[in-house]
Write a protein that binds this ligand. Structure first.
Ligand SMILES: Nc1nc2c(ncn2[C@@H]2O[C@H](COP(=O)(O)OP(=O)(O)OP(=O)(O)O)[C@@H](O)[C@H]2O)c(=O)[nH]1
Ligand SMILES: [Mg+2]
Length: 211
């Protein structure tokens, strides 16, 4: 009883994973979210982990965000973080139709690894500032989100449009799902918790030794 109250309150940590094709702006979205900066260059990610604390609906939330590699050669750990994460941002670029098609594959992958269709997800179409390069319409994005039954935002990491909304929506999804499922989820997530610890510790170390 006591422990579920603690994890549901002040110290609740949310393990979020950013997914999407290479170059769609995953790292840029996270950087804008956390430090209000926009990286102009594309520096392909291997894996990075970030921590930040925010308030969502007047409740504190410690976010643990894993920034993943879009490029296939870096995806060795994918199954593991898909198992350990609690919420997923599936991102594509509105300027890149292929990345939109890949979004569906990411959803299927999550479903396969977790053996459930019921995982908190938010769909994001990034680079909305690049109107003249648009290849994917807003309507197509909304349609895919309807299929996924998840929230959808068109973001611009460059202009910081709808960045906070994405993370808030994902935490709300997780909270809502937890409220529906009740107490059982706490115990079940404990295994995922230690796996996540190991994963992010590894990535944080990597980040330090490479910079
Ligand atoms: N105009 C515009 N450019 C963006 C936006 N988001 C990202 N970019 C640019 O797109 C390029 C790729 O951004 P990244 O954040 O590195 O992409 P990524 O998805 O993390 O790529 P990988 O780590 O290789 O998977 C960079 O040059 C960014 O400056 C955006 O919203 N608008
Ligand atoms: Mg990146």
């Amino acid at each position: 009883m006591e422990s579920s109250r603690v994890t549901g309150g002040l110290s609740r940590e949310y393990k979020l994973v950013m997914l999407g094709e290479g170059g769609v702006g995953k790292s840029a979205i996270i950087m804008q979210f956390i430090s209000h900066r926009f990286p102009e260059d594309h520096d392909p990610t291997i894996e990075d982990a970030y921590k930040t604390q925010i308030r969502i609906d007047d409740k504190p939330a410690n976010l643990d965000i894993l920034d993943t590699a879009g490029q296939a050669e870096f995806t060795a750990m994918r199954d593991q973080y898909m198992r350990a994460g609690e919420g997923f941002i599936i991102s594509y670029s509105i300027t890149d139709r292929r990345s939109f098609q890949e979004a569906r594959h990411f959803k299927q992958l999550i479903q396969r690894v977790r053996r459930t269709a019921d995982t908190p997800v938010v769909l994001v179409g990034n680079k909305s500032d690049l109107v003249h390069l648009r290849q994917v319409s807003v309507e197509e994005g909304k349609e895919l989100a309807r299929e996924f039954q998840c929230p959808f935002f068109e973001t611009s990491a460059a202009l910081r449009y709808y960045i906070d909304e994405v993370f808030a929506a994902l935490v709300r999804q997780i909270r809502q799902r937890e409220a529906e499922l009740g107490q059982g989820t706490e115990r079940k997530s404990r295994h995922g918790h230690s796996l996540w610890r190991r994963l992010t510790a590894l990535f944080l170390r990597k980040q330090h030794s490479e910079s």
